[in-house]
Design a binder for this molecule. Structure first.
Ligand code: TRP
Length: 372
């Protein structure tokens, strides 16, 4: 197999077209993009550039919305370590959707997930990371009146009952098939997907009416929601819709996903300007040539250049400016060092603001926490 993607492991060189077929999701086509634009007035560059590239039942969500049946958003984060830029990508888009459609967001913190799946993570350490992670999420500017944090162990009183209803419809065989589990997998991990299903219908249970759900997430989470979609109709709920993004690549090369397990691959939201500069200069894979003379002659390759890809996927929303960088780099007019300089400035500007908001978020956690 050339690549392997599960919610817990991403390896190999990812072919997203193949993945669409393998997972059975649909491409977001031009017609769908137009329909979104009709409601949002403008298009987020993550949609324009196909970084959010696939979906399930997005047409249905828009049909319902147009009939006046508003959806809610659902996404999540399993705490286990610090937040890096790759984590932020789907959340930045989620925030845009919340603003444009004026909808509620349910943000799940499954604080048992990584504890169950990672051999060396103890529960208390996970709790510490959860608080840290919440600061990053609040810093992105979600509307506190419309955003509800739900924590699996804290809100177990309302979640567990619903998770059991889901779990009763899932066999060990289904979990094995969806996630590649074996007889050696611990039983907590086998149960876990039932907890991740709950926020997709919990608002409907609490409000005692069926509300459509849209889940923005990176593509690796799809196996969970494939299962969720099979089961919820059996419990009298809507199937959740979803919209999926690709991974922000690690610094070392354009394939794979930015990951906290490699210090050299990730830029964290708490990195200092010096640290950002050091990492980009030292590790960001370059599509440039070995010598300046050669680069001027042959030009660079923006497709494999990580700095360019970060600008495309995160830091340069202006299409014209991005195009100019693309042309200059490809023609050899712009050097790798100059391209990296642009990126370093952009990241540090972003992080300066983010870190300020992150600090201010410390007082806000309780505002976001769902109160039963
Ligand atoms: N499993 C996700 C993680 O590993 C956390 C998560 C829970 C999630 N619910 C979600 C992600 C819904 C996307 C959408 O971080």
């Amino acid at each position: 197999m050339e690549f392997n993607i599960t919610p817990w492991e991403v390896s190999g060189k990812i072919n997203y077209d193949k993945l669409i077929k393998q997972f059975g999701v649909s491409k977001i086509d031009a017609e769908l993009i137009k329909r979104i634009e009709k409601h949002t007035g403008e298009l987020h560059f993550l949609l324009r550039r196909k970084i959010f590239f696939a979906h399930r039942d997005l047409k249905w969500i828009l049909d319902e919305y147009e009939k006046g049946n508003k959806f809610f958003l659902y996404t999540g984060r399993a705490p286990s370590g610090p937040i890096h830029l790759g984590h932020l990508l789907p959340w930045v888009f989620t925030k845009w959707l919340q603003d444009k459609f004026g909808v509620e967001l349910w943000f799940q913190f499954p604080d048992e997930e990584k504890f169950l799946f990672k051999q060396d993570l103890d529960f208390e350490e996970g709790q510490k990371w959860m608080k840290e992670n919440m600061l990053d999420i609040i810093a992105l500017g979600f509307d506190p009146k419309k955003t509800h944090f739900i924590v699996d162990t804290k809100h177990a009183g309302i979640m567990y009952k619903e998770a059991c209803k889901v779990a009763k419809k899932i066999t060990f065989n289904m979990v094995k098939g969806s996630f590649g589990m074996t007889n050696q997998t611990n039983v907590g991990s086998i149960f876990y997907t039932s907890m991740q299903a709950v926020p997709a219908f919990l608002p409907s249970v609490l409000k005692k009416k069926k509300i459509p759900c849209l889940i923005p997430h990176s593509i690796d989470q799809d196996p969970h929601f494939r299962l969720t979609r099979d089961i919820l109709p059996k419990l009298g709920h809507y199937k959740p819709s979803s919209i999926q993004c690709v991974f922000l690549p690690p610094l070392k090369g354009v394939s794979g996903k930015m990951s906290s397990s490699e210090e050299t691959g990730a830029i964290y939201t708490t990195d200092s300007p010096k640290e950002v500069e050091r990492k980009v200069k030292k590790y960001a894979f370059s599509g440039g040539q070995d010598t300046i003379e050669e680069h001027r002659k042959k030009g660079g390759d923006p497709e494999v250049d990580v700095s360019f890809q970060y600008l495309r996927m995160f830091f340069e929303p202006d299409d014209k400016k991005l195009e100019k960088i693309y042309e200059d780099y490809k023609s050899g007019k712009m050097l790798t060092s100059e391209l990296k300089e642009i990126l370093i400035k952009k990241i540090n500007n972003f992080l300066k603001q983010h870190q300020k908001k992150r600090k201010a978020a410390e007082k806000k956690i309780s505002k976001f926490m769902f109160k039963i």
